[in-house]
Design a protein around this ligand. Structure first.
Ligand code: CP
Length: 316
């Protein structure tokens, strides 16, 4: 097995081989999701706890579905209805969950680095479901899986990531992973939302929407991450839509078969117009479908431990 780590915390530290192994495993799981009976006994007897300290629709639900399709006992912990509201610390919460012989924690938290901190304080496997503005590794994997299915490859593709790059953990994980796999990444957004010196991450920083979209194979649109911005970074959403939103007209600058993606939730009419989000070139809902396969792969790879058994002998 090419992946021998205890946890899945981010794309930054993974090798190209580890990323490809995760993608290839996820691709195999897409088949199970298309079956009539979408369940295999692979993780029977394992306990997966979804520890979400921030809101989520897609990630939490797809991790729950993924765990259940692998026959794991999957439990959802929501911080607002937990004893964290009574002052219990993060590590005390994790230690109490660990005492119930949990095998895998899937964690989303508002603070960058908090998921790594948890991983260092528990023997359970830990998957990062988004930590602050640091990383969202399973989103990067599902993005790349969707692109690879659509284009047949990753290497040499021109991928534009447009929007609030500074506050986006999705952008950060996408950039780390895609540049390792030979993707040419371009970034564009308001100057207040582009990290300084982005070129050092191997990305081209564009000066206009025209430059960002022209000739692109894939366009990933991001929403404004208001919950992570300390102050107002744009004059108005109307102006943002005019200069940074993707319309049908602007899309014609990209390759004719360009794929449009968005991690969700979409702010329709702001960064992405509805006729593009719902149009023929949209891969948004395919991203969501692939999210289940990617999360099954992550749970499977960590859940069976290193070099113990295989999917084929357990799948039915
Ligand atoms: N893409 C994503 O992380 O969506 P949720 O916040 O709904 O999980």
């Amino acid at each position: 097995m090419a992946y021998k780590r205890k946890d899945l915390l981010g794309m930054k530290d993974l090798s190209k081989e580890e990323i490809l192994y995760l993608l290839d495993t996820a691709q195999q799981f897409t088949e199970i999701n298309e079956r009539d009976v979408k369940k295999v006994p692979t993780l029977k007897g394992k306990t997966v706890i979804n520890l979400f300290f921030e809101p989520s629709t897609r990630t939490r639900t797809s991790f729950e579905i993924a765990g259940k399709r692998l026959s794991a006992d999957t439990i959802n912990f929501t911080s607002s209805s937990s004893s964290t509201t009574k002052g219990e610390t993060l590590i005390d919460t994790v230690k109490n969950m660990e005492s119930m012989h949990s095998d895998i924690f899937v964690v989303r938290h508002a603070y960058s680095g908090s998921v790594k901190f948890i991983a260092e304080h528990t023997d359970a496997k830990v998957i990062n479901a988004g930590d602050g503005l640091n990383e969202h590794p399973t989103q990067a994997l599902l993005d790349m899986l969707t692109i690879r299915q659509s284009k047949g490859r990753l290497e040499g593709l021109e991928v534009a990531i447009i929007g609030d790059i500074t506050h986006s953990r999705v952008a950060r994980s996408d950039v780390w992973a895609m540049t390792k796999l030979g993707v040419n990444v371009r970034l564009f957004g308001p100057t207040t939302m582009i990290p300084k010196h982005s070129e050092v991450f191997g990305c081209r920083v564009c000066k206009s929407m025209h430059e960002a979209v022209e000739g692109a194979d894939v366009i990933i649109m991001l929403r404004i991450q208001r919950e992570r911005q300390g102050k107002l970074l744009i004059p108005s959403t109307k102006e943002y839509a005019k200069y940074f939103g993707l319309t049908k007209d602007k899309l014609t600058l990209a390759k004719p078969d360009a794929l449009v993606m968005h991690p969700g939730p979409i702010n329709r009419g702001v960064e992405l117009m509805s006729n593009v989000a719902d149009g023929d070139q949209s891969g948004v809902l395919r991203q969501v479908s692939n999210g289940v396969a990617v999360r099954m792969a992550a749970l499977y790879i960590l859940g069976i431990g290193n070099n113990k058994g295989g999917m084929d002998e357990n799948a039915s």
